[in-house]
Design a binder for this molecule. Structure first.
Ligand SMILES: Cc1cc2nc3c(=O)[nH]c(=O)nc-3n(C[C@H](O)[C@H](O)[C@H](O)COP(=O)(O)O)c2cc1C
Length: 394
């Protein structure tokens, strides 16, 4: 009998991912930083928000479709860029196929394991994510490669702070998957035979290279070489963001906005979208949940740029809360990575289906015909929930 691969919640996907992945790979995927305050708040904050459902008034059909940066998506959920190499041999190509099958767009990380050309072939609704490493010439070359490959937008992520300590310990990521490393990691791998077999079938271990940091057709530098270059690159300025906007000349998102003043500067720099985000709690621990910062930012700049949110989305009702509080759409990080680890492409599709069903169900309860009809009044926001960061002092 065929194994029943379907899971009903993201939490079950996470449990399965934990069982399937070697400890160090699972731990890389959990990520977070320091005490884990921010990663915890990202999720818990959604639990503080409530709904006030109607008993009569549900509509027969609900409309979930919207657009993000010019792309039609069938639900207000897209794939956030993540760079984790060893979760699944098909990596970002499997994620792209799943997103395409479910009618949504994808952000592809600078540190992805697959070349952008292969990922776009699986899903043309692709936004390439840029980290600020190297000089402007190198960054321009990567953006031009993305343009030539057919990317429909750029996401610039500038909120990384090189915070590496975790109270529960960080996984040891090898420099290279050479024979010596493979032998050393074998005992850990043997505890996860299914994962080993998956990689074994490809006849190559995860190569820990970042193909999108090099030229098309090349295998790209090793992850640690790129990371080292990043650590020694001066962080970008607002002029740099304006420079990217001009160079690219198309849909551009600045990801990682938590403050009102930064949101306004992003508008001035010429971006077309922002994601209210704290990088999934992987950076400056103690930053509040992104959903707490969303309402004020959406209210201030939502008529000038598209405002998205990422961080802590684990169910469809979270998406509805975010949209009601001003997000055009949300981006998923860990949720789809757990789906990918659990079941590959069908696992990512499963996660997107959970989101769709959860959004639909919440809309039904709220008596709404469309995600576009949601307003802050649909959500119970407890006193003191919202945070206003970077408000003008005048
Ligand atoms: C393992 C991991 C790797 C990530 N890599 C990247 C990346 O390469 N680029 C980026 O912009 N964001 C990256 N992120 C952040 C996600 O895009 C997103 O902001 C975050 O995961 C959202 O929070 P969530 O995981 O609670 O959904 C990463 C997140 C995780 C968990």
């Amino acid at each position: 009998m065929a194994r029943d691969v379907w899971f009903e919640t993201v939490s079950i996907a996470q449990q399965r991912a934990k069982k399937r992945l070697p400890k160090s790979v699972y731990s890389a995927l959990i990520a977070a930083s320091e005490r884990g305050i921010t990663v915890g708040d990202n999720v818990d904050a959604f639990g503080e928000l409530g709904f006030a459902p109607h008993v009569i008034g549900a509509l027969e059909k609900r409309d979930l479709a919207t657009t993000v940066m010019g792309q039609e998506i069938s639900l207000p959920v897209m794939i956030s860029p993540t760079g984790v190499q060893a979760v699944h041999p098909d990596g970002e190509v499997a994620v792209a196929r799943a997103a395409a099958a479910r009618g949504t767009a994808m952000g592809l990380s600078s540190f992805a394991s697959k070349p952008i050309e292969d990922v776009i072939a699986a899903n043309p609704k692709l936004f390439f994510q840029v980290y600020w490493l190297g000089g402007r010439d190198e960054i321009a070359a990567r953006i031009e490669r993305a343009r030539a490959a057919g990317a429909v937008g750029i996401i610039v992520t500038t909120d990384w702070t090189f915070s590496h300590g975790r109270d529960w310990g960080s996984p040891k990521i090898p420099q290279e998957m050479d024979l010596k490393t493979i032998i050393k990691m074998m005992p850990e791998g043997l505890t996860r035979p299914r994962w080993m077999v998956q990689w074994g079938k490809t006849l190559r271990p995860p190569n820990l290279r970042v193909p999108n940091q090099g030229a098309a057709g090349e295998q790209g530098p090793p992850f640690f070489a790129a990371y080292g270059q990043w650590m020694t690159t001066p962080p970008p300025t607002w002029e740099d963001i304006a420079w990217v906007a001009e160079l690219w000349g198309g849909p551009l998102m600045l990801k990682g906005i938590m403050r009102l003043d930064d949101a306004k500067r992003a508008v001035d720099a010429g971006v077309s979208a922002i994601s209210v985000s704290n990088h999934g709690g992987n950076n400056l621990d103690g930053t509040p949940a992104s959903i707490r910062a969303l309402p004020v930012i959406a209210e201030a700049v939502g008529d000038q740029v598209e405002v998205l949110l990422d961080g802590g989305i684990r169910r469809g009702s979270d998406v509805v809360k975010a949209v009601a509080l001003g997000a055009r759409a949300v981006m998923l990080g860990r949720a789809y990575l757990w789906g990918l680890a659990a079941e590959g492409q069908p696992g990512v599709e499963n996660v997107l289906d959970i989101m769709r069903a959860g959004i639909d169900s919440a809309l039904m309860g709220l008596g709404k015909a469309s995600i576009h009809d949601l307003t802050p009044d649909d959500v119970l926001v407890p006193p003191g929930f919202t945070r206003t960061l970077g408000a003008p002092t005048t």
